[in-house]
Design a protein around this ligand. Structure first.
Ligand code: NI
Length: 175
């Protein structure tokens, strides 16, 4: 396994629609395993293939993200979804301090659906369908958005987004 480079906003690969995976071959399995390792190393609770420069409809996520420091010692296993889609959604919650490995040094509350039903394939190519709620529902919405070139900063107010962009511009100029 290998750690992959995480691409940052505004790299083009993050802003375009990713292509469906046609065949789950060895290269896809390797990519998924590398994505899982990269996610835990970062550390993060989810990662989408465009974030590592691959415009493919693949996400990995931590199915039981730590909610306390004690939980952080639990063994970490990631799950993968190929060609995931949200087929139903309901309710409304505000994610507190949502962040993204591709949008460094920023976090913001985002309005999200409270519950979603997700459909996709696992690494064996088996069809999966499950309900997610709370933090897992937020992770699903955030990661599947990445596959459509949508970042969480696209889902906040224009005022906050412009504040972030100004901050980013300053940082890029000072480098
Ligand atoms: Ni993200």
């Amino acid at each position: 396994m290998a750690l992959l480079k995480i691409y940052h906003y505004p790299e083009k690969v993050l802003l375009q629609k990713a292509l469906p995976v046609e065949t789950i071959d060895d290269s896809i399995i390797k990519l998924v395993n590398d994505m899982g390792e990269t996610m835990f190393d970062a550390p993060g609770v989810g990662l989408a293939a465009p974030q590592v420069g691959e415009s493919k409809r693949i996400i990995v996520y931590n199915p039981s993200p730590a909610t306390s420091e004690e939980d952080e010692d639990l063994p970490q296993e990631f799950k993968a979804l190929i060609n995931p889609e949200i087929i139903a959604s309901s309710g409304s919650i505000t994610s507190e301090g949502e962040a993204c490995l591709s949008v460094p040094d920023y976090s913001c509350d985002v309005k999200r659906f409270e519950k979603v039903t997700v459909r996709g394939l696992n690494l064996e190519g088996k069809k999966l369908e499950f309900d997610a709620e709370g933090i897992l529902a937020v992770i699903m919405q955030h990661e599947i958005d990445h596959l459509d070139g949508v970042l969480y900063i696209d889902r906040i107010s224009a005022l906050k987004r412009n504040m972030y962009k100004k901050k980013l511009k300053k940082r890029l100029q000072s480098n």
